[in-house]
Design a protein. Structure first.
Length: 103
């Protein structure tokens, strides 16, 4: 009787460990998609990473805001003239403005 209980417990833990290891292997080769996208009613598209931190915001008029790893504004790109404004994420101040070349 006692041997049957021990063999059952060993089989159970062996199968459970195989399932547990196979889940880790599956997550390694097929990771969870890190791009979560939200579309608002006004047409604004917000992209998040898998931690819920904003990565990018695309407005309906075409302007794009890019965020750093902590969700603070890093770059602002205007749609109509292509001007790129870069920010210091810690102080939220402009670092530089890049104008596109005129043809």
């Amino acid at each position: 009787m006692f041997n049957k209980i021990i063999t059952f417990a060993l089989k159970f833990f062996f199968i459970a460990s195989l399932v547990f290891i196979s889940i880790f292997i599956y997550q390694y080769y097929f990771p969870i998609d890190d791009n979560v996208t939200q579309v608002l009613k006004d047409g604004t598209i917000i992209k998040y990473d898998n931690q819920g931190v904003k990565k990018e915001k695309i407005f309906a008029n075409g302007n794009i805001v890019k965020y750093d790893a902590n969700g603070r504004i890093k770059q602002f790109i205007t749609h109509h003239d292509g001007v790129i404004t870069e920010f210091d994420p810690l102080t939220n101040t402009k670092i530089k403005v890049i104008y596109p070349e005129k043809k």
